[in-house]
Design a protein around this ligand. Sequence first.
Ligand code: S3P
Length: 449
Amino acid sequence: MVAITAHPCEGLHGRLRVPGDKSISHRALMLGALAVGETRITGLLEAEDVLATARAVGQLGAEVTRDDDGPWRVQGRGLGGLVAPEDVLDLGNSGTGARLMMGILAGHPLTAVLTGDASLRSRPMGRVAAPLELMGAAITAREGCRLPLTLTGSADPLPIRYRLPVASAQVKSAVLLAGLNATGETAVIEPEPTRDHSERMLRHFGAEVAVEDREEDGAEVREIRLTGQPELRAAALQVPGDPSSAAFPAVAALLLPGAEVTIEGVGLNPLRSGLYETLREMGAEIREENRRELGGEPVADLAVRASALTGVTVPAERAPRMIDEYPVLAVAAACAEGPTVMQGLGELRVKESDRLASMAAGLAACGIEVEAGEDSLMVRGRSGRVPGGNTTPIATRLDHRIAMSFLVLGLAAERPVVIDDGRPIDTSFPGFAALMAGLGARLEVEAAP
Ligand code: S3P
């Protein structure tokens, strides 16, 4: 464990770039492996989660290399061309890595064993196993459909029409990836639209993906249809900065008086930008500059200024568009004026940790009033600096976003905030402490024993 202490500080200043988007990076490696030819990826996130996916893709026969000056290259095997791995595939901490990989494997006639770290091994895989079994995969897993699991895919997967029981881009993507090898059309129906990086990237590689918004039984739904057995052609990719990582310096800048920070090249896919929408509703000054497109994704520079925030109610239907940002939103809410109520948070209970429980416990330990329901959280803002000064280090529970959220809180507190372990941060945001220090943040990393 490597404890980190965040010391209260004043305004942050400067320009920075955050590392590449995690969701897009996983998909770039995976689709690169399935395409014919060499896929060159610039801006790939070089963090533990993505490196685990790169290793897994390599074990399946797609050579993955890094050029000395940065870009990565994947030598694709072509659809259906992956080979059986000789050893267990270890996806580390990553739900996206594990679940999307299951989708790919379901469309290949080979057997693989998947595992991950203690956090990933505690997360439910049944949501992905259920549709993949309908498509012809055979899956044997530990009790509760947890990893490790063994999956034998099918040479001839069945196309299905699948209505998602939970709003999950990972489940949607797993079904679409399995459907690549099916003859005919695979369809996924979403009750709430979730991030569409898979759909965008599949098109970029030459697949036919149709998207239709329509009404069904009086409710709006989105239907995504993939035409099976496309010819996936290798295509160059540029990965934008991760909006989920940008959220940490952005919220820190909002909370520290006098701060002015510009974060360059942030991906602003509309299905990922719920946090920024919410912060603006709370009174945040966040300007988008230099809007452009990068590899089929919208991107902009975010100019953020310290702002007085007011609590709001965040509706449940916004949850899929900001699902990973609730921990850092809760930190912003703690410093806002009045209560912030977040609804529809059931999925937070099955992320890298039970994030509802992690946030509620940590905020209370820092002197903030919270009320956690089964799928909601109320944070009573203190309108300015929060007490901080927790006596027992915040338990980060192998969860990178819990770790970074409480470090941001410490910067905006009256007394320091200490977390028990900063190492999980490397799963998504390598160099976080150094980047924040470059802006003027005071983060003290305990010397390794
Ligand atoms: C992701 C989807 C989300 C998100 C995760 C990344 C993806 O999970 O929480 O960090 O890359 O598809 P769910 O789809 O399970 O909500």
